[in-house]
Design a protein around this ligand. Sequence first.
Ligand code: GLY
Length: 355
Amino acid sequence: MPDCKEIRVNTVPAYTAIIGPSLLKKCGQLLRKAISPCHMAVVTDSAVGPLYLETVTESLKTAGYEASAYEFPAGEEHKNMTTLSAILEFLAKEHLTRTDCLIALGGGVVGDMAGFAAACYLRGIRYVQMPTTLLSAVDSSVGGKTAIDLGAGKNLAGAFLQPAAVLCDTDCLRTLPQPVLADGAAEAVKTGVLCGESLFALFEDGTLKADPAEVIARCVAYKAGVVERDEKEQGERKLLNLGHTVGHAIEKCSGYAVPHGRAVAAGLAVMARAAERLGWTNGPVADRVGRCLEAQGLPVSTEFSPGALAEAALADKKRSGGSITLVVPKRIGLCELKTVPVTELLPVIRAGWEA
Ligand code: GLY
């Protein structure tokens, strides 16, 4: 398709992520290549529904699908068991069968929430990701992680279920407020640190603003490779958690008032400084990462103390018994997993805390 980039994700089953303009208007036609006529239940939230739901359902119906829609209130605080239960009851009321399909239309919360509903309903039905934020476009819409939050923490109940397709309409990014765009830039910069100079340079030279489709496609292509090699996060995929140990701790300490991307940005900056100050890097990395994050309007420090962050991080699911696995940026394009005793986490956070 002209103007569009297509990335194949070779999991089992395999699927294609299409990135480009005006995709929601023709989503029905595009999906017909992967999914024959069935009932499509569109799950969205109160921020995205009013903007795009009608366009999507019209296109689905024109392409021969039956379409219904469920909208839940926007916000991480609704990514919970109550919303999951309401979506499942809706799917049952609409008589969706195993041959039908769910669509996640929205940002990361909608994708995680709807994806998990698809994984639970009738022990698993297909779903399509239609990311409408930069964060979901570059990261969460690809790779099949689905989850809800529990009282005890974020993403504590979930499943791996790869989507049947990903349609990323880059026109959606135009309506995003600057802080929401910046939030997505954090996951994109994280991917740049993992992937290497050629992607990281796109954040330093302004390509993210000038040509977001190019950056999204490059991030998705990188992530697709990682997911293909390690779908269930047994090894290499853990690298994608760069910045997330401290990031999740910041989110938790703030009662989830700090958005995910801003928390990951600060977490990434803390880890880069800690790695450098503890002599784990192969050269300077922290200043460059910090400057790049600040240029996107993102924070590089946090008000929460190292002690509070360590305590919150040790309740995270990434802890394994008496040890925790950190993602250490050694240089742009080279990150390593380092498993340390839980008692070493506080000194590591202390080392990187001061900006
Ligand atoms: N967001 C990290 C992952 O999908 O593994």
